[in-house]
Design a protein around this ligand. Structure first.
Ligand SMILES: [Zn+2]
Length: 140
């Protein structure tokens, strides 16, 4: 379902994306001219160059395309959380040409595999900020 949030074409697409995230929703830009859906958010359609970009809320269903297990924390705040998984996922609503990159929660690093069914959910990080993350999909 397309919403009217992004009818404000002057707004930075990244701001629109994060507005959705803060409201607990995962939405992706959708070209109104050629219907291409893409990430990351940008002002122009990567397929046809149109600036007529709408937004569609996504179910966020997908599967792990590739992943890495982080064993060495990039900062002090993450030291207690290693090992953890970062994945690049194919998202059904995106079609081809774009993938979604995020941390994977609720999975033991030894249980992750290419093709693992996942979905995007919005979680709060340790600072209370909303963040889109991946979790294993129960309905797969
Ligand atoms: Zn387009």
């Amino acid at each position: 379902m397309e919403t009217d949030v992004a009818t404000d074409q002057a707004k930075n697409p990244l701001d629109v994306y994060w507005d959705y995230v803060r409201s607990g929703r995962f939405a992706i830009p959708s070209c109104r001219k050629c219907q291409k859906k893409f990430l990351p958010p940008r002002r122009f359609c990567p397929a046809c160059g149109s600036e007529d970009i709408g937004w569609r809320e996504s179910q966020g269903r997908g599967s792990v395309y590739t992943y890495t297990v982080i064993h060495s924390a990039p900062n002090e705040g993450l030291k207690a959380e290693v090992p953890y998984v970062i994945a690049l996922a194919d998202i059904e609503d995106l079609g081809t040409g774009s993938r979604f990159y995020a941390r994977v929660f609720d999975v033991d690093p030894s249980d992750i595999y290419t093709g693992l069914p996942v979905k995007v959910v919005i979680r709060s990080d340790r600072n209370g900020d909303s963040l889109p993350v991946l979790v294993p999909r129960e309905d797969a």
